[in-house]
Design a protein around this ligand. Structure first.
Ligand SMILES: Cc1cc2nc3c(=O)[nH]c(=O)nc-3n(C[C@H](O)[C@H](O)[C@H](O)COP(=O)(O)OP(=O)(O)OC[C@H]3O[C@@H](n4cnc5c(N)ncnc54)[C@H](O)[C@@H]3O)c2cc1C
Length: 462
């Protein structure tokens, strides 16, 4: 019997329940990845994610081949392509790991129903989360909208099972199948704006495991003290690996729990923010595009903002910490969490540009672009989301920059025009009426003026 293993956000061999299940049937194994942008609804993968996907699928294929199998990569309508494979190979089973984006849930339902009706053995598994989004609910059966009680409820549940090792050998591909198809998908960009990614990242399971063990052996111990400093390598940078499932959260817990036995420490807590985001998206699927807090439906965002949005995207707002973050994002496909909060706050508050515009830019440029984390992050900063900071608490980017990058090391790394400025000037090069050096722009808006406009706008929905 041929078992089809439908790969999705689970591009790994280790701790992969659908893989273990499909391989356990004994007959031939047909692992397939289907690129189907139409099935992603309004959120087809952005350009940076496609770059990562290309390299991750290549690594997955290598890993599967080394275990005696291989990967077929197809592009098109998922249901039609799966139906074709089922028929061509007279498959007896179809297995996959679940996704939690609204469009993916709909696709899962259709696939399950169709192939169940066709008499296939169909099963899906959880490979992405420590808890299913429907597991930790309030006493009245409704979902949590505040993080801390959600997290405490999760900690009371049974601890995550230990991760299972990668199989050394896998059943072979069915006769006549060539593992191929990746190059035809054209996932890599035509213009080489991805040049800076190669030095920073190693997509694929081996790169993920290497990064996890380096983090566990080093920076993890000082995570709490270092995690807010963008010039330090104080965070794990595991986010794209987790996003593509090259690593399971259970593997992360297993690697870090010896340092944090009750999982209440600062690092594992961040993993529960990821869980929280997924449960929010599951229960409130409209929050990818609309505010969780309905009061914000009537928020008076600006409607003509294209020029300011472009200055923000290009890192030319004239506010050094904002520009440093946006340039880091463009050059590396990643941005430090503290700086993500600062740039998002500046866009939605000082510039009064709707959070959805920022979320779409992040979606296209982040290598870790994740619908759950991105929607929650943007709504949290904009004040319309779960557990959000009150709208009137507005980050001052200069104060943030002075506090978290006092010597200006992060600013100098990403805004070369300002490199020569001393630490007491680099955070606000316009101070005292000075002209910023080297063609660096004046601020797109005065910080006091922006803050006042934001507070006025907020009055409209109070
Ligand atoms: C506006 C905004 C947009 C964001 N968009 C994304 C996104 O598209 N994808 C994404 O993975 N994260 C997003 N985040 C969350 C966070 O910034 C990143 O997860 C983090 O910076 C990744 O770096 P790291 O792996 O070094 O994190 P670490 O500090 O090492 O954290 C470990 C892991 O925990 C998870 N995590 C950490 N912080 C958060 C958080 N605040 N919310 C949810 N999960 C978290 C991530 O999976 C991360 O890899 C966003 C945050 C903001 C403010």
């Amino acid at each position: 019997m041929v078992s089809i293993l439908w790969f999705r956000n689970d591009l790994r061999l280790t701790d992969n329940p659908a893989l273990a299940h499909a391989a356990g049937h004994g007959g031939a194994l047909l692992p397939v990845y289907i690129l189907d942008p139409a099935a992603a609804g309004a959120w087809p993968m952005g350009a940076a994610s496609r770059w990562w996907l290309h390299h991750s699928l290549k690594a997955l294929d290598d890993g599967l081949r080394a275990a005696g199998c291989g990967l077929l990569v197809l592009e098109g309508d998922t249901e039609a392509l799966l139906a074709d494979l089922v028929q061509r190979f007279a498959a007896g089973g179809l297995y996959w790991n679940r996704r939690y984006e609204p469009a993916s849930i709909e696709l899962d339902k259709r696939v399950r129903q169709r192939f169940n009706e066709d008499g296939l053995d169909v099963a899906s598994f959880n490979a992405a989360l420590l808890n299913e989004p429907w597991q930790a609910l309030k006493g009245d059966g409704t979902p949590y909208k505040v993080f801390t009680p959600y997290w405490k409820a999760c900690l009371k549940a049974a601890p995550p099972a230990p991760p299972r090792p990668a199989p050394e050998r896998l059943p072979p591909l069915p006769g006549g199948v060539n593992p191929a198809g990746l190059e035809a998908c054209g996932l890599l960009p035509q213009i080489p704006w991805d040049a800076g990614f190669y030095a920073q990242w190693a997509p694929g399971e081996a790169g993920a495991l290497q990064r996890l063990s380096a983090f566990a052996a080093g920076p993890a111990a000082a995570y709490e003290a270092a995690r807010d400093w963008p010039a330090e390598a104080g965070t794990s940078r595991l986010s794209p690996h987790l996003r593509f499932g090259e690593l399971s959260p259970r593997q992360v817990v297993a690697a870090l729990q010896p340092q944090d036995p009750d999982a209440t420490g600062p690092y594992l807590r961040q993993l529960y923010w990821r869980e929280f985001a997924h449960q929010l998206l599951f229960h409130f699927p409209h929050t990818t595009d609309r505010p969780l807090n309905p009061k914000f439906e009537g928020f008076p965002w600006r409607s003509h903002y294209a020029a300011d949005l472009q200055r923000w995207q290009q890192g030319r707002t004239g506010i050094p910490i904002v520009d440093a973050g946006m340039r880091e994002l463009w050059a590396t496909g990643w941005m430090h969490n503290r700086v993500r909060m600062i740039v998002a706050s500046f866009l939605t508050k000082h510039l009064l540009i709707p959070w959805q515009a920022g979320a779409h830019w992040f979606w296209d440029t982040l290598l870790d672009a994740d619908l759950a984390n991105n929607s929650m992050g943007w709504q949290w900063v904009a004040g319309s989301g779960a557990d959000a900071a009150p709208y009137f608490r507005i980050f001052n980017p200069v104060t943030q920059s002075t506090r978290f990058d006092p010597q200006g090391r992060y600013l100098r790394a990403w805004v070369p025009e300002l490199r020569a400025l001393p630490a007491d000037r680099i955070h606000q090069p316009w101070k005292g009426g000075a002209h910023p050096p080297g063609g660096y722009p004046n601020p797109v808006i005065g910080l006091k003026e922006g803050r006042a406009l934001a507070l006025d706008a907020y009055q409209a929905i109070r």
